[in-house]
Design a protein around this ligand. Sequence first.
Ligand code: 13P
Ligand code: SF4
Length: 351
Amino acid sequence: MDTLVCPAPNRRPLAYAGRHELPEFTPELAAEMAPLYARVQHVVTPMEWPVYAPLIKGINELKKELNAVVLAHNYMTPEIFNCVGDFRGDSLQLAREAARVEADVIVQAGVHFMAETSKLLSPEKTVLIPDPLAGCSLAASITAEDVRMLRDAYPGVPIVTYVNTSAAVKAECDITCTSSNAVKVVESLNAPRVLLIPDEYLARYVQTQTSVEIIAWKGHCEVHELFTAEDIEAMRAADPGMKVIAHPECPPDVIAAADFTGSTAAMISYVIDKRPRKVALITECSMASNVAVEAPDVEFIRPCNLCPHMKRISLENIYEALRDMKYEVTVDPVVAAKARRAVERMINLTN
Ligand code: 13P
Ligand code: SF4
């Protein structure tokens, strides 16, 4: 990764470092947290709740004291997503929220490129990531130098980068996109040919939706590339009436076999609006638990591919991030200025 994540436990006020104490799970705390538990009881077991409840209480206390918010991606586990996430959504929704939220501190319950995007859009805020090793196979698939090499190889061809990249890569590109706006971003450039990096499968999906010629890079999501069209055939054979919805990071034959393709937010909207009797979400495993909280009447098939990077984030390390003000995400100012331009261009287009 070209930009730095600096553990900076001594930079911010140390009012709580090592001082905030977690409450015990007493009958009083259980009663106070009962309404919250009622909301997640289908996806959080009674065995887990006595461990989670004090951490949730502690995190919510620290958020108030520090004027902090938690931005939670749709792949967070349900106790994070539902119980401490102040804003929840896909990459685009979280980026928008980072730009407009009034807070001193942002805790990114997601992966490193998302925290960097928040820092780009909110340079004056302290952005924390609970585990600095929460990366992404797509972000790791391309460097700034690779993009400069592409510029030389394809002179005059605009370069769109998926937000799942480092700030250093974004800085070399013309505009960013997410899975929810990639087609719109590509078409906004009014060019006959566009480089769309680094996700080969997203690029191939976009190619099915536009007449602009798309040139791709060979990056893949290590979670979505595991799905196969045979998996979907087997699910349909078991229940022909079920709906199958897939993320555009899936291989093309998986997308072709699905009933609907969209970003994590679009997948959630599909379930909430259409209320299928039974649905298979072809994406990261925690999504189904999070949508199930909103749609308890829908039966979910959970092909369980976990993102090892997203799963590095826990209630424990969110609590520690706030208590000790770690790990602060920083971006070199020169890189940040160029990368911010690419992200803001996307946000302005989709506003
Ligand atoms: P979304 O933008 O759809 O949330 O996707 C982000 C991601 O990392 C999917 O793997
Ligand atoms: Fe990256 Fe895939 Fe994990 Fe999303 S699910 S963060 S694209 S590795």
